[in-house]
Ligand binder design. Structure first.
Ligand code: ATP
Ligand code: MG
Length: 283
């Protein structure tokens, strides 16, 4: 896959083939993201083992499981942030629209505009609100300079923060509240027109009101994006997710113990490890 191909429209990019495990129940389109037998090893030990998982288009796929099960690590495998962790070795296939994200010629920074990520704590740069929104697209250089203001406005509107910041675009982003900063980070991700948004516990630093607004956004955003959401909040998964995958730890290594439609998995969990996790998580 060449760089140019990372920027083709949806219709032009070949769909994944070969019967993805996560689409077994046949209700979803060809997956946007597919992991096949993914293992991640640190020098001294394995972190996750044999994870196969799909994220279909226009759906929220939630990833739950105990601390240390490898949820964040798996998100970072998808957009190759694991490249930045020396010593981590990733094996198996990580496919974006059927093509390996580690294929020769795939530029990681371009990949990360197509597969955006939102972290637990909002990471704003010591720059203005506007400069924060356009930071990624400017760096990658795939949007003509004259179009940047329009791209910024679209992204801020899509992240439901335009009305709050339209008169503060040139103020330091650090002056925004944490909830606003998180939506600003979402706008920065959306400015790159990603097909996939990875979210790692995006509401865990937020108050209930900001949490609710981010959850509403998640549900709205799936109309145009595939979303993979890591959460410790099972109620949040219930409210937002279409599909659910649960990682648990066996012999110190994270493994996928169950995946399927969110409602089905939560109402009728099959594996003892998931049942134990839900008992604990839901109190
Ligand atoms: N670069 C690394 N080198 C060595 N070990 C790592 C590295 N990154 C993660 N780990 C280890 O991998 C395991 C899984 O970490 P990860 O952050 O993916 O878990 P998690 O499921 O997201 O947990 P939490 O719910 O607490 O966020 C942990 O034991 C962590 O210490
Ligand atoms: Mg984590």
């Amino acid at each position: 896959m060449g760089d140019g191909e990372l920027f083709r429209g949806r219709a032009e990019v070949g769909a994944a083939g070969g019967g993805p495990p996560g689409a077994r129940d046949g209700e979803a389109g060809a997956p946007v993201i597919e992991l096949r037998d993914v293992c991640v090893r640190a020098p001294a030990r394995a972190i996750v083992r044999n994870v196969s998982l799909c994220a279909p288009p226009n759906q929220v796929t939630a990833l739950i499981g105990p601390s240390g099960a490898g949820k964040s690590t798996l998100l970072k495998v998808i957009n190759r942030l694991t490249d930045l962790a020396p010593g981590l070795r990733v094996t198996g296939e990580v496919l974006f629209r059927g093509r390996d994200v580690r294929a020769p010629g795939v530029a990681a920074d371009r990949l990360r505009t197509r597969i955006g990520m939102l972290f637990q704590q909002p990471i704003v740069f010591p720059k203005s609100v506007y400069q924060n929104v356009i930071f990624g697209v400017r760096h990658v250089g795939n949007v003509p300079r004259r179009r940047l203001p329009e791209v910024a406005e679209r992204a801020l509107r899509e992240a439901a923060i335009w009305d709050e910041v339209k008169d503060r675009l040139h103020e330091p982003a650090a002056r925004l509240s944490v909830g606003q900063q998180q939506r600003l980070c979402l706008a920065r991700t959306l400015a790159g027109s990603p097909e996939v948004i990875l979210m790692d516990e995006p509401t865990s630093a937020l108050d209930p009101r900001s949490t609710q607004s981010v959850e509403e956004l998640i549900v709205r955003l799936k109309a145009r994006h595939a979303i993979v959401l890591v959460t410790h909040n099972v109620a949040q998964a219930r409210r937002t997710a279409d599909r659910l995958a649960c990682l648990c730890v066996t012999d110190g290594v994270g493994e996928l113990v169950e995946a399927g439609r969110c409602h089905d998995v939560l109402t009728n969990p099959q594996s003892p490890a998931l049942r134990a996790y839900l008992r604990h998580a839901e109190g």
